[in-house]
Structure formats: C-alpha cells, structure tokens
Ligand binder design. Structure first.
Ligand code: NAD
Ligand code: UGA
Length: 482
C-alpha cells in the first residue's frame, strides 16, 4: 500500500514524458514531479530561461512550463536521486524498431526500457508503483516485473523494496498534445493490483471524469495501445489508396472523404489524404504487431497489417514519380522548393516524416532542393538527409542533387521550377501565388501533397497544379468542382 503520493519521477524527457508530466504538474500542484533524462542537451533545453528553446514544439506547452517549472516540475539528469525519492515512476523512454538481431526491422527495441527497469530496481526505496508509459509489446510488463523482483527478492539487500507494475499507455497526438492531455478521450490503466490502480486513477481524477478512466488487465492495456495506432494508420492508408483511383477517374478525394465520413458509423476524422503517415509510432507499432502475429503463427493477420505499411510507402514513391514525370522526366539541376519537413503540422518532430523519403528520391534524381519549415532546424534536416552539399562545397556537377535550408519564404521561389507542399502548416494554406508566379521559372508547378491550397485562387495565376487525390487541375475539372 502506498500512502499519499508526494513525489513522481518520469524517466524520459521526450515528446511524451515532457508534456505529460507538465500537464500532470499543472493539475496536481501538491505533487512534486521530476522528469529525468540521460541526454544532457535535452535537459539543458527543458531548463532554458528562454522558453522558445524548449526541445520540443507543442502549442500551449510554453505556458504550462512557465507556470510549473521549478515550482512543482523539475527537469534533471540525476536519475538515481529522483528514483530514490519517488512513490510512482513512469517509464517514458524511446522504444524504436530493432535494427539488428532477432526481430530486426519489426520488433521493438526494449534496451532503454530494460535499462530503466534496472535503474529503478537498484535505486528505488520502499514501495514503488512502476508505470509503463512507453508503447510496449504485449507482455513487456512481465519482463519489467522480473527485473524489479531480482532486487525485491535480494536477501543481501538492506532495504526492503516492493514494486507493482501498471500499464498506462499514452494516446496523445503530437501537435495537439496539450489538448489531448487536458481532455483525453480516455485514460487506460492496466494492472492486477487494485490499490496501485486506484492510486494512479486518483491522480487522473483531478481533471478527468471517472467514466473516462478505464481499467483492464496488463495485457489488454498493452495490446489496446498497439491496436489503436494500427486502426488509425489503417484509415490513413485506406484513404490514401483511394487517391490514385480518384486521380484516374476524375473524382475528388475531399468529396469522397466527406461523403464517406458523414456516415456516423465511419466518422469524419482521420480521412485526410496526404503523402502517407509519418511520426515515430505508427510504422513501429504496426510492424511490432506484424512481428507478434508472426511469432504466434498468425501469418495471414500479419500480412494484413503489413499491407498498411506497404501502402504508406507506395504513396510516397508514387508522389515522387509524379513530380518527376510532370517535370518532363528529368529534374537534374532543377530547383524544387519543399514546404514542410516535420511529419505533420504543429510539431518540430521529423521522425519518419514523408518528406524524408520524397526529398531523398528527388535528390537522387539530381534536383536542387530548397527546404523550408517553420519549426524544424537545419541540424534536424542534416541528420535525416545527410550533409548539405552546398555548405560543404562537395558538389561535383550542376546535375548532382543537393539541398539547402531556407529561413524565410520570401526568396525561396526565385527561379524555382516546382513547389511541393509536404506538411499542412497553416502558412502554406495561403501562399502568395502572385509572387510565386512572378518569380518561378515557367512552366511552374505546385504539387500539393496535402490537398490544402485554394485551387481556384491558385489557378488565376500562370501556375500548373497537381493535388493529391485530384490529380492535375485543368480548366475542365476546375469548372466542375473547385
Ligand atoms: P523520445 O525519444 O522523444 O524520448 C525518450 C527519451 O528517453 C529520450 O530523451 C532519451 O534520452 C530518454 N531515455 C532513454 N533511456 C533512458 C534512461 N535509461 N534514463 C534516462 N533517460 C532515458 O520518445 P517519445 O516520442 O517521447 O516516446 C516515448 C515512448 O512513448 C515511446 O514508446 C513511444 O512509442 C510512446 N508514445 C509516443 C508518442 C508520441 O507522440 N511521440 C505518443 C504516445 C506514445
Ligand atoms: C499518433 C496517434 O494519433 C496518437 O493517438 C498516438 O498516441 C501516437 O500516434 C503515438 O502512439 O505516438 P501522432 O503520430 O503524433 O499520433 O500524429 P497523428 O495525428 O496520428 O498523425 C500521424 C500521421 O498520419 C501524420 O503524418 C499525419 O499527417 C498523418 N495523417 C493523419 C494523415 O495523413 N491523414 C489524417 O487524416 C490523419
């Protein structure tokens, strides 16, 4: 039994640990929250006086950090100290896909979870509730329990330790994290110790109504998280698979999405066509599901879910091929402006962004890319695409592909052959087509991979348009539809 919760520690100050603890601290002023991370640069940024240097961009986050930081919310490198003090410890570390060994390319790499469990097992004191916040394969709690139990059963240890393990997966979506955390659709707590479940639930009850807090066993909770992501990703792949059909037939994907989504049984959300889903979780979680299904010999089920990932990759390949084809089959030496590098709007996260594959393909074909994103840094793009050849002066010929970073849109379009809209940032919804038409080399193209620009407005200028799920916009389909 744990008494009153006074001190909570979260291991992992990333996209989940940071905002989640910030919102909890905001809603529970009587509890002290310590978010620890082994990455000194991350911690330094979380503690930066200038709130525009926080390591992650999330609307509404700065305001909460300003209110709680150094009052009841602390960011620290001292993992040992804060584990020792805590009544509840959240594990919110990264769980990427394994790159080597058994399960490489599909199974989650649980290295960081294991290290965290070992640290907790070593340093924790008294009774501690350990909460899985990271997305984990079914049955991971068993591994965590085994590691923790080695210490609680240690006859030579002077401290008596007791652990319970709960699963409390996070459903926030980046770019909307603060709203999602303040008003979640549900909070899921899995476990077999009633008292620990009640303790964790009592924290959420400070701002979430009790009907929304659901409790299950550990395995249902772990699996529900993977399946939620798989179902969401499946919707994106389903609508994206129809874009190509719309482009062939003259149907418009936005009309189809609207008509389909108005059926309440289907619902309107997650039917926006685009260049394919990105982000750190969908691909990893589906591949993990594929791996688990194969492990249990359920090969048909595994093939079914794998196809969701395959369609996603197909959509990215398809869009790069369309760009190449429309620019007369060659883009060597041509200037192409890429608008948006994050995997979606309102986040600075570039992990698995569809922009990465599409940019790589265009560079491979010899294009000169000018990349602009309101929140992504040049360093992040360098990490994803490799070095900017312009900066390092390594370019051998005018026809060798390269990229450069652009800080403002003002000069980006000069002599450009094409503009590709990759992310749905609101500033791309209202581009200045007059300036684009004046500055670009003709025939100039806009490829709208998100379907966000005002087509009839853009068509007033001398610009060729292609929009995902609508295809090439000509005067006939403009009259009919837009
Ligand atoms: P992240 O990479 O942004 O953050 C993880 C952090 O943990 C890193 O800063 C890393 O340095 C730190 N870390 C790893 N091992 C550590 C250790 N032993 N001690 C101290 N620090 C350690 O990852 P994220 O996006 O926050 O995701 C975390 C988990 O949450 C993943 O399992 C992910 O699948 C899941 N999830 C992510 C999202 C999302 O939107 N990003 C949403 C829901 C769930
Ligand atoms: C997703 C889930 O929405 C969260 O519930 C979950 O907690 C999280 O994964 C996770 O486990 O990490 P996130 O990846 O942050 O959240 O972002 P989403 O809004 O789901 O978008 C994922 C990708 O799908 C983006 O590239 C987005 O542009 C794309 N998408 C989404 C579309 O192309 N169309 C849509 O209609 C919706």
């Amino acid at each position: 039994m744990i008494g009153e919760v006074k001190n909570i520690c979260c291991i992992g100050a990333g996209y989940v640990g940071g905002p989640t603890m910030a919102v909890m601290a905001y809603k529970c002023p009587d509890i002290k929250f310590n978010v620890v991370d082994s990455n000194p640069i991350r911690i330094e940024k979380w503690n930066d006086e200038d709130l525009s240097n926080l390591p992650i961009y999330e609307p509404g986050l700065k305001k909460i950090i300003k209110k709680c930081r150094n009052k009841n919310l602390y960011f620290s490198l001292d993992v040992e100290k804060h584990i020792k003090e805590a009544n509840i410890i959240f594990i919110s570390v990264n769980t990427p896909i394994k790159t080597t060994g058994i399960g490489a390319g599909k199974a989650s790499d649980l290295k960081w979870v294991e290290v965290s469990a070992r640290q907790i097992s070593k340093y924790a004191k008294g009774t501690t509730i350990v909460v899985e916040k990271s997305t984990l394969p079914v049955k991971t709690a068993e591994t965590i329990k085994q590691i923790l139990d080695t210490e609680s059963n240690n006859l030579y240890s002077h401290n008596s330790k007791k652990f319970t393990v709960l699963s409390n997966p996070e459903f926030l979506s980046e770019g909307n994290a603060i709203n999602d955390l303040l008003s979640p659709d549900r909070v899921l707590i899995g476990g077999d110790d009633k008292s620990s479940i009640n303790t964790l639930a009592s924290i959420y009850k400070k701002w979430v109504s009790k009907e929304k807090i659901i409790t299950t066993n550990l395995w249902s909770s772990e699996l529900s998280k993977l399946i939620s992501n798989a179902f969401l990703a499946q919707r994106v792949s389903s609508i994206n698979s129809i874009t190509a059909l719309c482009e062939e037939t003259g149907a418009h994907i936005q009309d189809v999405s609207l008509a389909v989504g108005l059926d309440k049984r289907i619902g309107e959300k997650f039917l926006e066509a685009g260049p394919g889903f990105g982000g750190s979780c969908f691909k990893k979680d589906i591949l993990n599901l594929v791996y688990i299904c194969d492990y249990y010999g359920l090969h048909e089920v595994s093939k079914y879910w794998n196809s969701v990932v395959e369609i996603n990759e197909w959509q990215q390949k398809r869009i790069s091929q369309i760009i190449l084809k429309k620019l007369f089959g060659t883009i060597a030496g041509k200037k192409i402006v890429i608008l948006g590098f994050s995997f979606k709007a309102n986040t600075n996260d570039t992990r698995n962004s569809p922009s990465i594959n599409i940019c790589k393909k265009l560079i491979e074909e010899g294009a000169n890319l000018i990349i602009y994103d309101p929140k992504v840094t040049i360093k992040q793009i360098q990490d994803e695409l490799g070095c900017n050849l312009n900066i390092n002066n390594k370019k051998n010929s005018d026809f060798e592909g390269n990229w450069s970073f652009c800080k403002s849109l003002n000069d980006a379009f000069l002599k450009a052959d094409a503009v590709v809209i990759m992310t749905e940032w609101s500033e791309f919804k209202d581009l200045d087509f007059e300036i684009m038409s004046r500055d670009m080399r003709k025939p100039a193209w806009i490829f709208d991979a998100r379907g966000i620009i005002n087509i009839s407005k853009a068509k007033l200028y001398d610009l060729n348009l292609w929009s995902v799920g609508n295809g090439m916009i000509n005067n006939d389909n403009l009259k009919n539809k837009f």
